[in-house]
Design a protein around this ligand. Sequence first.
Ligand code: UD1
Length: 428
Amino acid sequence: MDKLIMRGGQPLSGTIPISGAKNAALPLMTASLLTSDPLILRHVPHLADITTLAEVLGEHGAELSLHGHGDGGETGRVLSIATPQITNAVAPYELVRKMRASILVLGPLLARHGEAKVSLPGGCAIGTRPVDLHLKALEQLGAHIELEGGYIHARADKGLKGAHIRFPSVSVGATENLLMAASLAEGETILENAAREPEIGDLVACLNGMGAKIRGAGSETISISGVARLHGTEHRVIPDRIETGTYALAAAATGGDVTLTGTRPELIDSLTELMIKAGADIETGAETMRIFRDPGRALEGVDMMTQPYPGFPTDLQAQFMACMATAGGAAMISETIFENRFMHVPELMRMGANINLHGGTALVRGVEQLTGAPVMATDLRASVCLVIAGLVAKGETEINRVYHLDRGYERIEDKLSACGASIRRERS
Ligand code: UD1
């Protein structure tokens, strides 16, 4: 298994191009199943999760072709997906267990093909993560759902019918599955308490480009007028706000001066606000974000609570904690989205961080200095939190299980090296 070897203590300085958003690209790819025409997606990041989902789509009969390369250039990679026919409605366990987002094939398969058999994703490192909200809402559209042998078997022999659905709690994935299913349902669907994440807006923009009739994306209530068929389109994936936030926090933690390009700073206002409060300087342009800090000024601890968008994203909680580990004073960090998302805490403590955990809240008391250590993490964002810690720590940090990072960060060691970080991959 590959590992990253880092030597910390160097402020990051330079420019980092931001890739297309993984969490936008994944649902967009599954939307391709809704039509027999090609869907062309631009600015698709080069990540292991994208490859896994490509395999899942291939199982259903999708033909995929990739052009360009992930060099952070103007268009990044261009992925063309066409599924003239759904040849097989089964998403097998071996693929779904690698990535929960495979559950997003359920809505499109059901809507276009009338049947889907998708493995239950099971638990994962950051909690139990059930899919009950997806299933109950699809049932409201008229789907008949049975769980058998670890699989969700959904059928809609007479097609799906629009319904008024109120989600009992906010779910990004359930909102996405329902948007796709309702696009081809008969009549009108109203989704209340829908997720408002920018990735939802991106999916809706693409679906509307394919001929769907969806209004209200970005608000809590979304209405969908079903259409008989959807057609192909070309769509550019939005920039990755989590990658943006991760490098912004890395820059601030090291006391560096970094400009992020090809991003949309307004997508992470909740983070920018807190970083300024903590003492970072931030300048934003339409597609750029510069993060720097007066060398004489240390960061101050600030409290943070994760919340659905537009609140602070749970996917930046671990990175924020790494940044607070060496800030002056204390920071109270509350995780409200996932019940078990503090796997990075013991590893940060092995590097010298002072953290007290009480249920869903971590009290981080800033320390003068972290020290390098061999560490490993069990999920994507926890792994990248350890990279930030390694950038500020004294001495050498060895990060194991790099495959987690490869799921969500394109060329991370190249992007950080270009800003002066000492980081290299050891392949094995
Ligand atoms: C998506 C993101 C993930 C992010 C999360 C929250 C993708 C591919 N992944 O995941 O990176 O951390 O949003 O912003 O976009 N829940 C249920 N029942 C359900 C569905 C969800 O109880 O049927 C719970 C989950 O366990 C969790 C909460 O609802 O506690 C939010 O989950 P959800 O928004 O669905 O996350 P994902 O779409 O899986």
